[in-house]
Design a protein around this ligand. Sequence first.
Ligand code: CO
Length: 216
Amino acid sequence: MSEHDLGYLLENNRAWAESKLRADRHFFARLCKVQNPDYLWIGCSDSRVPANEIVGLQPGEMFVHRNIANVVPHSDLNCLAVIQFAVEVLGVRHIIVVGHYGCGGIKAAMENRDHGQIENWLTHIKDVYCRHYETITAIADPEARANRLCELNVATQVRNVAKTSIVQNAWRNGRTLRIHGWIYSLEDGILHDLGVGIGSAGELHQVYRIFDETGE
Ligand code: CO
């Protein structure tokens, strides 16, 4: 088999599909009809952080958006489309922003070096770095410094999700919807809740609220 031949992936796929059917012969028939996930996962594209797998969820159980360093820019149409579909059509009850320690995107954002076009994406992370510059640079160990930025980035992106008109409208309409901030450790495969979650518009700075307290 040549290195250009991806036949083994297709073989893996057949074996996987067969194993699913062996365990539950209606597995695919059921998935064809409806997807009904409770969760939207917004994570890093990093190949070592496979969303469904690390939380033990099956196809159909989690809607997933991944990009470099799990960023939620205010006007990213791709990310906003995913959030809108997840909240308004699928009716997810939880949005989980998941960062990971050792994130290459975060490390690159901390360097004073031109990595090419990606710099324009990394600027979103540089904004977080700049806002917390004193806190982060007070940490002596470079790896610990980058890991702290991984955590602060998650906290920022959790709030960015909450600031969207989509999420604020869901809350205004009385929907139960909570945004969570988690971080994954590549070293032991364990996820940690950073305790930066948000579940109502009242937890946002008033500047960002698009409705006043009476819901107007
Ligand atoms: Co990453």
